[in-house]
Design a protein around this ligand. Structure first.
Ligand SMILES: C[S@@+](CC[C@H](N)C(=O)[O-])C[C@H]1O[C@@H](n2cnc3c(N)ncnc32)[C@H](O)[C@@H]1O
Length: 235
């Protein structure tokens, strides 16, 4: 998502200070302290302006939500929405999803939402797709056994490609649909989803559940830990 730098960003962020986790590393393994009675910890990765996270948190007050977004200009809008509703079960991290394992302990997360992730259509940039095997392996490091990824996208090519990536990383697919809203609106819409749905674009959705790790990935090493092969092409 490309956005112009918003004026007064720092002031606006400070106004939402109680929802912003400035040092997520310090909360690794301790997120439930933010809501000790939580029935689960759900992340949205790439929350953008946050319509989905905020509305889902409002509808599920017993669940703890953490939204991860690397563009602060978008995230501040999400935080303002949450603050306006006086939600106490949603928090925000201004960070790159590639670093999730620095912020969450193994098995700490119950569910991850990937909504309308950037498609990165060029093969050269495939590793930046949030459903690339490397990202799916990183999610495995923080998801509990049987934890899930809920993935929605308008992008047909990204969806079909992702349906191959999930099993490669040992996830079992269910609820696979290529027209989620065929018989009426299903669940909470995201900002992007509403836009594409109104244009008549079918919305794809699936659920991927953590299963046994495939033998060929037993020795997987995060590219972030390997010497960089090409400094021009960051992960
Ligand atoms: C196309 S927007 C979708 C926003 C929102 N989920 C929606 O459906 O309206 C994708 C968002 O993912 C964020 N994003 C992409 N890669 C990311 C990463 N590695 N870590 C954190 N956020 C990321 C982008 O900054 C952008 O805000």
């Amino acid at each position: 998502m490309r956005m112009r730098k918003k004026p007064n960003l720092d002031v606006r962020m400070e106004r939402c200070e109680e929802l912003l986790i400035r040092e997520p590393e310090a909360w690794k393994g301790r997120w439930r302290e933010l809501k000790p009675d939580a029935d689960g910890l759900h992340l949205e990765i790439g929350c953008g302006k946050g319509r989905f996270t905020v509305e889902t948190a409002r509808l599920h007050p017993s669940t703890l939500f953490v939204a991860v977004e690397r563009v602060a200009d978008a995230m501040v809008i999400a935080m303002e929405r949450a603050r306006q509703l006086e939600l106490t079960n949603v928090f925000f991290i201004d960070a790159d999803a590639a670093r999730l394992r620095d912020y969450f302990a193994p098995g700490e997360v119950d569910r991850i939402y990937l909504n309308f992730s950037d498609p990165w259509p060029s093969n050269r940039h495939a590793k930046r797709r949030l459903t690339h095997t490397d990202f799916l392996m990183r999610y495995r490091l923080v998801l509990r056994e049987g934890g899930q990824i809920h993935f929605k996208t308008d992008n047909h090519d990204l969806y079909e490609w992702s349906l191959f990536q999930f099993p490669k990383a040992g996830y079992t697919l269910s609820e696979v649909t290529r027209n989620l809203h065929e018989h009426g609106i299903q669940g909470v819409m995201t900002d992007y989803e509403e836009k594409f749905h109104n244009l008549g674009t079918p919305i794809n959705r699936c659920v991927a559940t953590v299963g046994p790790l495939p033998a060929e990935l037993k020795d997987w090493i995060d590219p972030l830990d390997r010497p960089r092969e090409n400094a021009e092409d960051p992960v």
